[in-house]
Design a protein around this ligand. Structure first.
Ligand SMILES: NC(=O)C1=CN([C@@H]2O[C@H](COP(=O)(O)OP(=O)(O)OC[C@H]3O[C@@H](n4cnc5c(N)ncnc54)[C@H](OP(=O)(O)O)[C@@H]3O)[C@@H](O)[C@H]2O)C=CC1
Ligand SMILES: O=C[C@H](O)[C@@H](O)[C@@H](O)[C@H](O)C(=O)O
Length: 306
């Protein structure tokens, strides 16, 4: 077993390789109650919290940081820009900072490449046919230019993207003055995304794995459970060891103190066993799958480049 390593970003800062996913449910009550399991995680040794404007848990994250008494600079905080705020990056980040009770975040991510029209602050604006009201203005490069401004102002110590593919990164990068430090995407043994990983590595972009343990689907895979027995650990630990070996940051969510603790405790696996985990890749998405219209939050898989 070993502690959590830190990975270096293209701007020279370092991020704990395991963070706590802070998606806290859909009700106001659950999102508020998340403060208690977020605080428990900080007490167990987590120093990296992953939230988003859209999760409604920024206040809970801020409360837990304050309550923990841990110095601000020892905790890595990520939040994300929602799709209906992409024309107002500075204002949206200010809203997030107010909710967090912080004066900077360590990482600010564009949550999705698709942009929605701003309609009275509705985060899911839809037309009469139930279609997302996406917009081409601002463009991806225009949104990124605004991201560079909040980075220059020091309100975000690093900036990056989420749910970007090679296709959408190829739209962003040509005019970027700051290369995204990180790209947060779905990654687990059933969706290893080797081409995206190689591409991002070649550009100096670190990947963050969301849905990192692949839910019960991947955790109960026979190879994973066999390795868990062999090493005397649980399935999530096998999968997280694989992420760290591949050089991916991972942000497992757990409200359970025992799971939280074990997710920080990374076992050392043999190269041969790690390669067995890699061999499970089948390009299967488990989160954010296409809906009945063949879209994910208003964009087709082709638009997303998935
Ligand atoms: N950028 C994006 O678009 C997205 C980002 N995310 C981020 O990624 C985070 C994690 O993603 P998520 O989809 O929740 O995937 P996870 O792989 O983190 O799965 C979470 C589930 O796994 C369970 N779990 C966690 N650890 C263990 C363990 N050791 N043993 C058994 N069960 C365990 C949790 O249950 P329990 O609480 O009971 O432990 C919970 O039900 C989110 O919170 C969010 O921060 C997620 C989706 C999209
Ligand atoms: O409106 C979009 C959804 O909230 C979507 O943003 C989430 O599934 C998300 O990607 C996450 O980070 O958990």
């Amino acid at each position: 077993m070993s502690g959590v390593p830190y990975f270096k970003l293209n701007n020279g800062t370092s991020v704990p390789a395991i963070g706590l996913g802070c998606w806290g449910g859909t009700t106001k009550e659950d999102r508020s109650a998340a403060r208690h399991w977020i605080l428990a995680a900080l007490k167990s040794g987590y120093r990296h919290l992953d939230t988003a404007w859209g999760y409604g848990t920024e206040e809970s994250v801020g409360w837990a940081i304050k309550e923990s008494g841990i110095p601000r600079e020892e905790i890595w905080v990520t939040t994300k820009l929602p799709s209906h705020h992409q024309g107002m990056v500075a204002e949206s980040l200010n809203q997030s900072l107010t909710a967090l009770g912080l004066d900077y975040v360590d990482l600010y991510l564009v949550h999705w490449p698709q942009r929605y029209v701003y309609d009275n602050g509705d985060p899911d604006p839809k037309d009469e046919n139930g279609n997302y009201r996406t917009t081409e203005s601002p463009t991806i490069p225009e949104v990124w230019a605004q991201m560079q401004e909040v980075y220059a102002a020091g309100k975000a110590k690093a900036i990056g993207v989420s749910n970007y593919s090679i296709k959408t990164l190829e739209v962003l990068l040509p005019t970027a003055k700051v290369v995204p430090a990180m790209n947060q995407v779905e990654l687990h043994p059933y969706l290893a995304q080797p081409e995206l990983k190689e591409y991002c590595e070649s550009k100096g972009i670190l990947l963050i794995a969301y849905t990192p343990t692949g839910y019960a689907t991947v955790r109960s895979d026979p190879t994973i459970t066999e390795l868990a027995s062999k090493y005397g650990v649980n399935s999530a630990q096998i999968i997280l060891a694989w992420h760290v070996w591949r050089g991916n940051v991972a942000v497992p969510k757990s409200a359970n103190p025992e799971h939280q603790k074990s997710n920080l405790n990374i076992p050392k696996l043999s190269e041969e066993d790690l390669k067995r985990v890699s061999a499970l890749d089948r390009g299967e998405r488990l989160c954010n799958k296409a809906d009945a219209k063949g879209q994910v939050w208003g964009w087709t898989l082709e638009q997303l480049g998935w």
